[in-house]
Design a protein around this ligand. Structure first.
Ligand code: HEM
Length: 457
């Protein structure tokens, strides 16, 4: 009854100003962050064009809840920017859809259970110690690159606890090709460009071949030996479907590993680089981070058990994820016609949403461009609407690695900030560059050793 009385959805407003053949694509490439905020300010659902194809930008928290939770079955991962990228991702969690995705999500979930983070944290602690030990006072280093290498090593060791040094080195050398390749295809979604016989494409193909060989070799070794349950790969291999008793095929496990390697390395590294960039321009925040670390750790190395005792650092990380969500733009494809807030979104439409624009909406976050960790104090955070904050997405496609990311980022941040002050090499804050992630333009920083202050007995 209610349905027949509901007004029919109307077409969404079209964004003026596109150019023939390109539509609004140049805005997305040249000034992406301004563009997603402008789209947000045009209304809850706005149609723009990428080339000649219409794209629906959805900008309110309530409508995002509809897409990600209430009507999630009417949307799948996909869209103009996504389809090319998935060619390198295979059928792992980040790219699969429908029944396969749900089954894989069920099978993979126990490996990411909060209770297992203490085991995985060991890899993070050891890898970050090695980075810290290689730094020297006064050096200028490409910290962004080193953090990328570090998160690759952490993920590789979290996946494979029995990783040989040779396999670790091979993964570190070749994984950047996979992560960059997915990003490049998302922002240059033209198939033939990536298969032209150019040196860059040949190098990529060779690196990917080597990476896939290492991963297949490791899976074969695990199949032949005992599984110790201390790592993600053992957990994935032991997982069984409750109804059929079946596990994952070797190819499916390979694809899940690829998904995790892409989704779980540059994301965490970029957030850590933001942490140090922000600290270098906000002495007030830096002082409080140091004071908390010195009081809790008293100069000793951080452990997983310390994390709940670092609430200020937790708020800094929440605020970093608000201002610099690495997944700054996300896409879906509508698998059926949907009514979103009274606007008709047709079957097959490309649907976009931007956690960046959402998190910078002044209606939801007062003074949105101000870095203010205390907006996450429990008494203030209560007034933030539930679906206004989506750094890890929501619903069945929510980041499966959220707990792992928090543990890894907090450990690395605590271990490095306890012993190093990182200084910007630019005057003032660095600019944000939005590509496949949202990263600081400048990734080099100057290192200054710091001595933890012990509190008086
Ligand atoms: C700061 C760190 C991270 C951020 C900000 C982040 C963010 C996200 C977001 C926003 C999504 C959902 C995308 C969408 O809805 O289209 C996602 C999905 C995913 N993330 Fe993360 N992520 C992070 C770290 C990790 C880590 C450490 C892993 C480790 C394996 C991981 C694995 C995944 C996977 C497999 C998916 C796909 C899940 C699915 O569709 O079922 N992520 N992530």
């Amino acid at each position: 009854m209610a349905d027949t009385l509901a007004p029919s959805p109307v077409p969404a407003r079209r964004l003026p100003g596109g150019v023939p053949l390109l539509g609004h694509a140049l805005h997305l490439v040249r000034r992406p962050l301004e563009f997603v905020e402008e789209l947000r300010d045009h209304g809850p659902v706005v149609v723009f064009r990428i080339g000649t194809r219409p794209a629906y930008m959805v900008s309110t928290g309530e409508l995002l809840k509809d897409i990600l939770i209430t009507h999630q079955s009417k949307f799948e991962k996909g869209g103009t920017l996504f389809d090319q990228a998935t060619k390198l991702l295979g059928n792992g969690l980040a790219a699969s859809n429908g029944e396969l995705h749900l089954r894989q999500r069920r099978l993979s979930q126990p490996a990411f259970h909060h209770g297992r983070m203490g085991i995985y944290a060991r890899a993070a602690i050891e890898s970050v110690e090695a980075v810290s030990a290689s730094w020297r006072d006064g050096q200028v280093r490409d910290v962004g690159r080193e953090l990328n290498g570090m998160t690759m090593e952490i993920l590789a060791r979290t996946l494979f606890s029995r990783l040989t040094p040779e396999a670790a080195a091979e993964i570190r050398a070749t994984l950047p090709a996979l992560v960059a390749g997915v990003g490049r295809r998302a922002f240059l979604p033209v198939d033939f460009v990536h298969s032209l016989p150019l040196p860059v494409n040949r190098r990529e193909a060779a690196d990917l071949r080597r990476l896939y060989e290492v991963v297949d070799g490791i899976i074969a070794d695990y199949r032949a030996g005992d599984l110790d349950q201390d790592d993600l790969l053992s957990m994935l291999m032991l997982a069984r479907d409750e109804q059929t008793g079946e596990g994952m095929s070797t190819q499916q496990i390979h694809d899940e590993i690829r998904s995790m390697m892409v989704a779980g390395t540059e994301t965490s590294a970029t957030l850590l680089l933001w942490a140090f960039q922000v600290l270098s321009t906000r002495p007030d925040v830096e002082r409080r981070v140091h004071a908390e670390l010195d009081e809790v750790l008293e100069g000793r190395p951080v452990t997983y058990a310390d994390l709940p005792r670092l609430p200020y650092m937790g708020r800094v990380i929440q605020e970093l994820l608000r201002m610099y969500p690495t997944g700054w733009i996300l896409t879906r494809r509508a698998t059926a016609e949907v009514d979103l807030g009274g606007y008709r979104v047709p079957e097959g439409a490309d649907v976009f949403f931007s956690p960046y624009a959402l998190h910078r909406d002044p209606e939801l976050f007062p003074e949105p461009d101000r870095f203010d960790p205390d907006r996450w104090l429990p008494e203030r955070a209560r007034s933030i609407p539930r679906h206004a904050y989506l750094p890890f997405g929501a619903g069945v496609r929510k980041c499966i690695g959220e707990s792992l990311a928090y543990a890894e980022i907090t450990i690395a941040f605590a271990a490095l900030a306890g012993r190093w002050r990182l200084r910007s090499v630019t005057d003032g804050p660095t600019r944000a560059v939005a590509r496949s992630t949202l990263r600081p333009k400048e990734s080099r920083m100057r290192l200054e050793a710091r001595r933890p202050q012990r509190t008086a007995p």
